[in-house]
Ligand binder design. Sequence first.
Ligand code: SF4
Ligand code: SF4
Length: 277
Amino acid sequence: MEYFDFYLMHAQDAGSFAKYKRCRAYETAFKLKEEGRVRHVGLSFHDKASVLEQILTEYPQIEIVQIQFNYVDYENPSVESRKCYEICEKFGKPVIVMEPVKGGSLVNLPEKAQKIIDDLQKDKEVKMSNASYAIRFAASFPGMCMVLSGMSDLAQMKDNLSFMQDFKPLDAEEIKALTEVRNVFYSLGMIPCTSCHYCVLDNKCPRNISIPEMISCFNRKAVFNSWNENQYYWSVLTKEGGKASECIKCGKCEKICPQHLPIRNILQDIAKEFEHS
Ligand code: SF4
Ligand code: SF4
């Protein structure tokens, strides 16, 4: 490649920002821009809004910011989607949205939440997908320059194109419905893991515990309360990998989790749910 259009400082949080500063990564990126090898320098971000404010204050040359933004995490105190977005607005930085569908969690909704979406469009001839509401939520805010939607097949791509080509922001009734869906998620106490797999890929767990799959299994049990999940836990998740109770609490996974989840405590709850019930 002769040049990159966008060059992002990856997964910035308080810890990685300190490290990037120590090795002068930002200065290196700005130099690449001066040399014409990078058109725009930005960052992707996973921490509290105050940390983002600090980075943009120290490096006003940053041109674009990628944040996690979806209707469930909008007021989530560990993600601070809204507050991070407001910081970008304050500093005049265009925003790239990641996780608009929350790693796919906003596609297959819990029954109570699905009813809210079904009621919303009961009189409509053309029914919109659950993903469409999630993506339109993110794209409805001023300053959003791109919404990254993971697409696994042609049908999903066609669906995305169908509502993004002639884009209409959400109306008041739709926003109200999504706020109700958000409340359903909170009431179920689901763990906000996005299945990014950072905890098991880059920093492999010494006990080979399938952390994201276990959390997802635990969430499904909370929503559907089905015995299938117990069977899945024993016959698939722990067949070759470690059990939740085998966690040695080294904390490697928590250091890398962009959602700052208390994984060690979560695994204790998972062990209680599946191994002692
Ligand atoms: S704290 Fe537990 S789950 Fe996390 S990496 Fe260490 S052993 Fe694995
Ligand atoms: S626990 Fe954290 S790092 Fe692991 S998959 Fe979930 S969100 Fe990603």
